[in-house]
Design a protein around this ligand. Structure first.
Ligand SMILES: CC(C)(COP(=O)(O)OP(=O)(O)OC[C@H]1O[C@@H](n2cnc3c(N)ncnc32)[C@H](O)[C@@H]1OP(=O)(O)O)[C@@H](O)C(=O)NCCC(=O)NCCS
Length: 205
């Protein structure tokens, strides 16, 4: 019997014949992170610390470590973004940090993007990385670097390649986690800076 026929006969339609509600679209807003986001950022990051080799951290980060990182990046006015669902859930984050921390590298940053497991594979990583690139270009940053594990990080490599990052080098066996050696892949993108300013508040010319 068709669903329409059930409706006409006013009988209750069995679940397998009912029309399915349209799937909720994957919606989010990208905004600057605030200090109170750090417990959620920590939770997202620590999942990968415990379960993957995409980060070579082996010990979970504490809330205080994330607060310190937030304050450090905030002081440098570097972008630290979060993606938030319509219900307010933090779905993922993206940030950039100074490359090495030495002042001579002041026009170069390293990015870091982590999504909650359920938010992966839906275009959010791309949206966050595009937002980070745009924010860095506004700031006058010239180069963005990504340091990626050579195992288990296919999504990250694909994401960076799609956005114009090129592989500039590899180091084998420099990492060790879960009883095995891991290498790192270096990818780099030249940015088109719009301002003549740089990290640490110094003029570029
Ligand atoms: C890496 C990560 C940020 C990518 O974000 P994402 O939302 O999953 O990726 P997107 O859906 O935006 O996909 C971006 C591109 O990569 C491709 N891609 C995504 N996952 C892929 C995979 N596993 N294998 C191959 N290609 C993949 C997509 O097809 C897409 O290409 P397109 O724009 O041409 O269609 C996310 O998967 C993540 O948080 N992973 C765990 C943490 C991590 O590895 N962080 C990076 C540390 S260096």
């Amino acid at each position: 019997m068709l669903e329409e026929e059930y409706e006409k006969s006013r009988r209750r339609v069995p679940p397998h014949l009912r029309r399915r509600e349209a799937e909720h679209p994957f919606a989010y807003e990208i905004r600057p992170a605030v200090r109170t986001d750090m417990p959620y950022v920590r939770e997202i990051y620590n999942y990968y610390v415990t379960n993957s080799v995409v980060t070579l951290d082996e010990k979970k980060w504490s809330h205080q470590q994330w607060l310190d990182k937030f304050d450090f990046l905030h002081k440098l006015a570097l972008p630290f973004l979060v993606a938030v669902s319509p219900t307010g859930q933090i779905l993922g984050y993206g940030l950039v940090a100074p490359w090495t921390g030495k002042s001579g590298y002041r026009y170069t940053v390293e990015n870091s993007i982590y999504l909650g497991h359920a938010a992966t594979g839906k275009g959010l990583g791309r949206a966050l990385l595009e937002a980070l690139i745009a924010a860095c270009e506004e700031l006058g940053i010239r180069e963005m670097v990504a340091v990626i594990s050579d195992r288990g990080a296919e999504a990250s490599i694909a994401l960076h390649n799609r956005l114009g990052f090129v592989e500039v080098g590899r180091m084998g066996r420099v990492g060790f986690k879960f009883g095995r050696s891991i290498g790192t892949i270096y990818l780099q993108k030249h940015l088109h800076s719009r301002k003549k300013r740089s990290l640490f508040g110094r003029r570029t010319r």
